[in-house]
Design a protein around this ligand. Structure first.
Ligand SMILES: [Zn+2]
Ligand SMILES: [Zn+2]
Length: 328
């Protein structure tokens, strides 16, 4: 099973500016000054191995969209702007003869309807192709109406009814479990303005939990880490936990309490207690630079070490970016 991140930025897309690209190029040239390259491969190796990620990469522009790959059908979490790139990838595969022109099935699980989680849908090319099947799942009852409204005038020129794929909207019931595209799927209600839902997917002995846009209080101001906290069971022994850690600790506690997102402190505490194997921080704050996100990742790993002193648990910790892939 593989998990591919098409969109990782929270709240709204965060494009990379010319000024930021320039600063990265300047840093890269400075770092390369003492190196002598005799061929292109050496340059590539230097970029991959010697340059920090903040110089050679970027923590993401697109809003949430994560693909879980295991089987013929697509399994997708959220329809942020990353969904557009997923659709373009699919179209490219058709051009290359790797994919049939139509007849593909896309299962899209929606956490909630804030713009950053649905705004890629009108730009999802496969949804315009007759013969494709797009199944949109949600625990929210009025699911279809939100998608219809998003594409009504004056917000968008092309109405949902003009999309030619067979688009089905499926309302799920909390507390029930489902077998979808070979995955065992369950959901959980999350603390977020307007309520969001997390999803737990299990197939072939592997578990992926997608839990974006959820506020968990830090241990300093809440009893939320009690043994019966329902998320401990929901995250239990996940091979990969994709977790909304939009804020660093200071912001989560001091200025953005009740904004509906969590910090890396809550991420580590919950993931360790639930014995998660790989924690992936997600829904990156759009105002944070790559450098600040790098610090947030370091702080998370350091906090894990401190927390592990009391409760040893080996866990991989990463911060997602557009194009990041995890093999399980
Ligand atoms: Zn969001
Ligand atoms: Zn939200």
């Amino acid at each position: 099973m593989r998990v591919y991140f098409w969109g990782t930025r929270g709240s709204l897309p965060a494009s990379i500016t010319a000024e930021t690209v320039r600063a990265k190029v300047v840093r890269a040239i400075k770092e390369a000054k003492t190196h002598k390259f005799t061929n292109d491969e050496e340059i590539e190796r230097f970029v991959d191995n010697d340059l920090p990620f903040t110089v050679r990469g970027n923590y993401g522009s697109n809003t949430p969209c994560v693909e879980i790959r295991n089987g013929k059908e697509y399994v997708i979490c959220d329809a942020g702007t990353g969904l557009r790139d997923l659709g373009n990838y699919h179209m490219k595969r058709i051009e290359q003869g790797l994919q049939r022109k139509s007849g593909s099935v896309f299962n899209i699980f929606i956490s909630h309807f804030h713009w950053d989680h649905i705004q890629g849908f009108p730009f999802f090319t496969p949804a315009y192709i007759p013969g494709n099947i797009v199944k949109v799942y949600s625990f929210h009852k009025n699911l279809k109406s939100y998608f219809v409204k998003q594409q009504n005038q004056p917000y968008f020129p092309v109405p949902l009814a003009s999309m030619n794929a067979n688009i089905e909207f499926v309302v799920l019931k909390p507390g029930k479990s489902y077998e979808i595209s070979g995955f065992h799927v369950t959901g959980i209600k999350q603390e977020h303005p307007g309520i969001s839902y997390g999803y737990r997917f299990r197939k072939a002995g592997k578990t992926v939990v997608y839990s974006s846009d959820a506020e968990h209080k830090t241990s300093y101001d809440s009893t939320a880490r009690e043994e019966n906290y329902p998320f401990l069971d929901f995250f239990k022994e996940a091979d990969l936990l994709i977790f909304d850690a939009q804020y660093d600790w200071g912001e989560a506690v001091l200025s953005k309490d009740d904004w509906g997102h969590s910090s890396y402190v809550a991420a580590v505490e919950l993931a360790v207690k639930a014995k998660v194997k790989h924690l992936c921080l997600f829904h990156n704050e759009p105002t944070y630079t790559d450098e600040r996100l790098d610090v947030l990742l370091d702080d998370t790993r350091n906090y894990l070490k401190i927390y592990n002193d009391h409760k040893p648990h080996p866990m991989k910790v990463d911060l997602a970016y557009d194009g990041y892939e995890v093999n399980l």
